[in-house]
Ligand binder design. Structure first.
Ligand SMILES: Cc1cc2nc3c(=O)[nH]c(=O)nc-3n(C[C@H](O)[C@H](O)[C@H](O)COP(=O)(O)OP(=O)(O)OC[C@H]3O[C@@H](n4cnc5c(N)ncnc54)[C@H](O)[C@@H]3O)c2cc1C
Length: 438
């Protein structure tokens, strides 16, 4: 029987393992940390598991929803789309539960004439065919060919840039508009026009269910196993991976291997074996993000205004209610250029939380509220911002990986940095690697 290893136990690795298991392969899933999940990981706060990374599930996430159902989980709660920002001293809200016409008019005024003229055809293309709303789609690759000689900051104008584009790029890519490119913006636009739910038991509940479903199957989940190398045995056609587990080094041999690592991590693994591919993978940008979840004694938000985004001069990109019924639980997200200049991996979590409270304090019930507890995470390779003419780069990387038979690569740099896109990319990677093999 064909033996397959998947490296990386984040969404991309879990999705790869899931699709391989559906085809009845024997799979070993290697994760360097003690828990699977990667950037959808959770932490315990006052007896409750809370998600620090991806947690909002779009209505248009069919692949992920299928997976969740297969794991036996089917409890979602509405999260909606609710945000606000300060514009010329006034708070402007966009709330999908509110009047549709009013929201549409607000959105049009935030976009301005130039924004509508440029973005509307893209939105229409996605609504017509949802498959275009991912990274490296035919439609957006044509946009990249035409416009990726400039960043989004050159492609779009104010007010669209500050009030529509930036809140999305800092949130999804950890990057400013001048660090993102028009050809990659389709995957962001698809998320803006979606509407969201979250799992009632959070990502932690889903990961538990997935691990339980693996117990009696041909899938082994090996946490605490750091993959240190990959090498190809030309004679046997097998792939050897080097491992470090509890300080002990070993090797394991597989017929096929899938990397489900962020591009920057895969580049390290391929440094010696395929230095040219490794150099190209390094061109894909990842930016850090810091997340603090703080529980207060009383409600911080009102139901009608559950989140706020902040502008480019401020390190806090977003402060929002954790869930539609969690108005006393705030998720502070710090990303973007100013955030990178004031918050580091070594920053004290307490200081970061205090900074978030100072910034959001004037708008919500925070100053005269009591902080009960908080949890904090800093993710170095937090959010992927891709590269200009990204489809060319991906094509060149794949060409360089071709001689490495039996090896496939997936991750959030393939189809976009969302949970659904990771599932889509993983499915495509499995299909490509296995073709008709069963
Ligand atoms: C703050 C934040 C909020 C987000 N919000 C949303 C959201 O609401 N909705 C949405 O759809 N998406 C969201 N996303 C995006 C989504 O969570 C990510 O795109 C997705 O989780 C990436 O998964 P991945 O498996 O590709 O990468 P990762 O999660 O990074 O997985 C890679 C895994 O590989 C492991 N690893 C690394 N090196 C090795 C090695 N050498 N050997 C073995 N294992 C290794 C890592 O520990 C990690 O577990 C968010 C992301 C962040 C950071």
């Amino acid at each position: 029987m064909t033996r397959i290893a998947v490296i990386g136990g984040g969404v991309s690795g879990i999705a790869s393992a899931f699709y391989l298991r559906q085809r009845n392969f024997e799979v070993d899933l290697y994760e360097s940390e003690d828990q699977i999940g990667g950037r959808i990981g959770s932490e315990m706060l006052l007896g409750r598991w809370l998600d620090f990374g991806g947690k909002n599930i779009g209505k248009n996430y069919p692949l992920f929803r299928d997976f969740v159902r297969e794991c036996g989980v089917n409890d979602y709660e509405y999260f909606g789309f609710n945000t606000s920002q300060m514009i010329n001293g006034r708070i402007v809200r966009i709330n999908k539960e509110g009047a549709k016409l009013l929201n549409t008019l607000r959105f049009i005024s935030l976009c301005g004439f130039d924004g509508i003229r440029k973005l509307y055809p893209h939105v229409r293309a996605i609504l017509k065919d949802r498959r275009q709303g991912v990274l490296n789609s035919d439609y957006f690759n044509r946009i990249a060919e035409q416009y990726d000689n400039v960043s989004l900051a050159g492609y779009l104008k104010e007010p669209c840039l500050s009030h529509v584009v930036r809140p999305v790029t800092v949130r999804m890519n950890g990057a400013e508009p001048d660090e993102c490119y028009p050809g990659n913006f389709g995957s962001n636009l698809a998320l803006i026009i979606d509407s969201y739910e979250q799992l009632k038991k959070g990502m932690h509940g889903m990961l538990d269910a997935f691990q339980a479903s693996a117990r009696d199957s041909s899938l082994r989940i090996l946490t605490g196993h750091w993959v240190t190398s990959v090498s190809s045995d030309q004679g046997s056609g097998c792939i050897t991976i080097g491992l470090l587990h509890k300080g002990v080094s070993s090797t394991a041999v597989y017929d096929k291997v899938i990397s489900a690592l962020p591009a920057i991590r895969l580049s390290v693994l391929l440094d010696e074996l395929l230095p040219d591919a490794s150099a190209l993978l390094k061109k894909i940008r990842y930016y850090p993000v810091a997340i603090a979840i703080v529980k207060y004694r009383r409600d911080v938000f009102q139901k009608s205004q559950r989140a706020m985004v902040f502008d480019h001069t401020i390190p806090l990109s977003n402060a929002g209610a954790y869930g539609i019924n969690d108005l006393d639980l705030v998720r502070y997200t710090f990303s973007g250029r100013v955030s990178r200049s004031v918050i580091y991996e070594t920053s004290a979590p307490e200081d970061v939380v205090a900074l978030g409270e100072k910034i959001a304090g004037p708008y919500f019930t925070i100053r005269d509220n009591m902080r009960e507890s908080f949890a904090y995470r800093y993710i170095v390779e937090g959010l992927c911002a891709y590269s200009p003419l990204h489809h060319h780069l991906l094509r060149d990387i794949d060409k360089m990986l071709e001689p490495f038979t039996g090896f496939g690569a997936t991750g959030d740099y393939r189809r976009g940095a969302s949970i659904e896109s990771c599932f889509r990319a993983a499915g495509e990677c499995v299909d490509k690697l296995l073709g008709g093999v069963h």
